[in-house]
Design a protein. Structure first.
Ligand SMILES: Cc1ncc(COP(=O)(O)O)c(C=O)c1O
Length: 465
């Protein structure tokens, strides 16, 4: 631990030298904002750099440092930051006045048609809102209203935004795993009605349904779990989930806020050939603006219009829902991905594989065990994600516990030390990695691997000698 502390202190000192202006801005921000900002993932230790510009694969901070960025707007920016294509197409709308009006518009219809047609399923309806958190909240409310039940099944490590219904089993608690409520400010009974099951563990899923099936309104999961470790569901797991939900009358919700349009110009549901009852989309579908949506079977979606067993579900998208400018950006993005599907996904998937391999090799060369998660499986051809894990001993990464249990993986090294070490190499990552965009070049992948190799040498120097 002493060695780790020494390493972190060394990195912190170097980072402070490099980011003096950001430090001053952070001190000012801390006077007005809690912890100096609005999202904890952007507020790393000792303080975040402050952004001045972002373009394509890179971002620049207040001190003039330019970083290759693998965070890409919380994984929303598959075409890189501020893509010329979206900006160019938005310009005429902005010129003619694209600010908020509060009326229905035809762009909404076009985006609705586009998303539903890409899922190639009949009888679906969609409603837009402005964040993934709202979409997951509304989806759970729809499930409860439709079924007349109020228990929720979710997976340990699953993140669906700060929805009050889903803030349990998000973070790993040593000794208790993913079993605790993760937020204060919620009624005690909420927590008792949220049941946690292990991601990709079919046996445990069957047990949970045996015990709670008749009380459950919904089972919600990410078919590709994001913060839980960049792991894909097995086909068997999703098929079992579908069967069990049918058998017990439970609404199956796929949270595709990360996976939607990320692995192909559609959702993972289409690639797996498994249809959920409701699905959530966000991030990519806004083309860099605040758009999210709930899509689902007509009968369930209509619970927000007609009274279901528990009355009408008040799913109003919000003042800024279906904002004309936001939707226009989303439409440009989805349209581009649809037309360039053959080009986009294989390319970013191949570059990501090169990166995953290069990173693993760089650490191996220094005698440090590293496993990158995010690799595609037999269903998904290409994956643009990578998460760098430091396993304490050799094993296969299958569950979120493998990624977040500090007895299995060195979480502090991945989350805090690696982050700071890479910033000194002008590479920005979250959870040890991130995702690729079409703006990342082969040359940048090479530079990134060199950056990780440099970090591996520093780690060896401080931790092994
Ligand atoms: C899988 C998943 N669902 C839901 C959300 C919440 O979305 P938002 O941050 O737009 O509220 C996120 C955000 O990262 C997410 O990754």
């Amino acid at each position: 631990m002493k060695r780790m502390k020494r390493l972190f202190s060394f990195l912190e000192e170097e980072y402070r030298k490099k980011t003096r202006k950001s430090c001053a801005l952070f001190q000012r921000a801390s006077r007005y904002m809690v912890r100096g900002g609005s999202h904890s993932l952007r507020l790393w230790k000792p303080y975040p750099f402050f952004l001045t510009s972002a373009s394509g694969s890179t971002v620049e901070d207040a001190d003039g440092n330019r970083y290759i960025d693998y965070w890409q707007g919380h994984y929303a920016n598959i075409l890189g930051h501020n893509p010329e294509l979206v900006r160019r197409k938005l310009l005429p709308y902005v010129k003619q006045g694209a600010l908020h009006t509060g009326f229905e518009g035809s762009t909404q219809l076009e985006l609705a048609e586009k998303i539903i047609s890409r899922l190639e399923k009949t009888g679906l309806k969609i409603r837009f809102t402005t964040s993934g958190t709202l979409a997951s909240t509304f989806a759970v409310m729809l499930a409860m209203g439709y079924t007349g039940r109020d228990f929720i099944l979710k997976v340990g490590g699953g993140w669906h935004g700060s929805s009050p219904y889903l803030l349990k089993g998000v973070k790993y608690h040593p000794g208790r795993g993913f079993s605790l409520p993760d937020s204060a400010g919620l009624p005690e009974e909420f927590s008792q009605k949220i049941i946690i099951t292990r991601f990709n563990d079919t046996e445990q899923l069957v047990d949970r349904f045996k015990k709670y099936g008749s009380k459950l309104a919904c089972f919600i999961l990410e078919p590709f779990i994001g913060v839980g470790g960049f792991l894909f569901s097995s086909r068997e797991y999703l098929e079992t989930a579908r069967d069990l939900c049918d058998r017990y009358g439970v609404v199956l919700i796929f949270d595709e806020i990360i996976s939607g349009f990320r692995f192909a110009a559609t959702g993972l549901q289409k690639l797996y050939g498994i249809s959920p009852d409701l699905s959530l989309f966000g991030k990519l579908i806004g083309g860099g603006q605040a758009v999210a949506a709930v899509v689902g079977r007509r009968k369930i979606m209509e619970a927000c219009e007609k009274a279901g067993k528990e009355g009408r579900v008040l799913f109003e998208g919000g003042t800024f829902s279906a904002h004309e400018e936001y939707l226009r950006a989303g439409l440009v993005m989805i349209d581009y991905l649809e037309k360039n599907e053959e080009k986009v996904y294989p390319r970013i998937g191949q570059l990501a594989e090169e990166l995953r391999r290069g990173i693993e090799k760089s650490f191996q060369a220094e005698g440090i065990r590293v496993v990158c998660t995010g690799r595609p499986n037999e269903v998904v051809g290409f994956s643009s994600f990578f998460m760098v894990n430091f396993p304490k001993k050799e094993f296969d990464y299958k569950y979120p516990e493998d990624v977040w249990n500090p007895d299995r993986s060195d979480v502090f090294l991945r989350e805090e030390v690696l982050k700071l070490a890479l910033l000194l190499q002008e590479v920005h990552v979250v959870h040890g990695g991130g995702c690729l965009s079409t703006a990342h070049t082969q040359e940048e992948i090479k530079r990134t691997i060199e950056a990780y190799a440099q970090v591996a040498r520093t780690f060896k120097k401080f931790l092994k000698s």
